[in-house]
Design a protein around this ligand. Sequence first.
Ligand code: ADP
Ligand code: AMP
Length: 219
Amino acid sequence: MFVRFVGFVSERVPRWLYRVSLMMKPQVVFVLGGPGAGKGTQCSKIIENYNYTHLSAGDLLRAEKAREGSECGQLIAKYFKEGKIVPAEITIDLLKRAMEETMKKDEKKFRFLIDGFPRNEDNHQGWNSVMDGKADVKFVLFFDCTNEVCIDRCLERGKSSGRPDDNRESLPKRIQTFLQSTRPIIDLYQTQGKVRTVDASRSVDEVFTDVKTILDKEG
Ligand code: ADP
Ligand code: AMP
């Protein structure tokens, strides 16, 4: 718990001048897996059953891309189209602001599922330098499945999602980006004993049964 004392304790100072604010540090679970592994699907089920707020890096970037007057909208669009990872400062700034706004509205909402982040070394380093001491990373929830499952699910999703990156041209690049850039980050957290892996190739409910076991154990 992060305890901040505003003011100081002295016998001469009237009681009303003491203001002690108790604020929890954000408690973060990073949610990772290949494109279409089911991160968003499982996060939706988690927030229905547990006291977490879901922040999807991809959704925050898509919203920023669509926001009128956004300075980085065009840049984000270019990275998306190429299946590449957007520069860390943009994504971290969006995540940080979303966490602050959530906690400002309700300070009991300090548990976050950060979905699709950190996706590469740049994200990982950026998070460590900007968020060091400001948030606790509890663990990484890793949805593990084959590239074929990822591709099939994204192509299926693409029929109705309208996402310009759920197509045969972008998908191999996204899979390659996942394998080259994100897998090493998962491996890094694994060396710290911080990865909880779920076999994501099964049905939504079967996957969620495993997720619940992990969350019930981790608190
Ligand atoms: P991600 O957030 O990892 O990109 P989504 O949660 O959006 O993935 O899932 C991608 C697609 O696969 C969606 O159309 C979703 O309905 C479907 N899907 C998700 N999980 C499963 C599952 N366990 N079995 C079958 N289809 C799934
Ligand atoms: P997603 O919705 O998680 O599949 O993400 C879609 C796209 O958003 C990716 O292909 C990336 O271009 C971009 N993106 C998502 N998360 C991140 C992130 N953490 N850092 C940078 N770019 C990201």
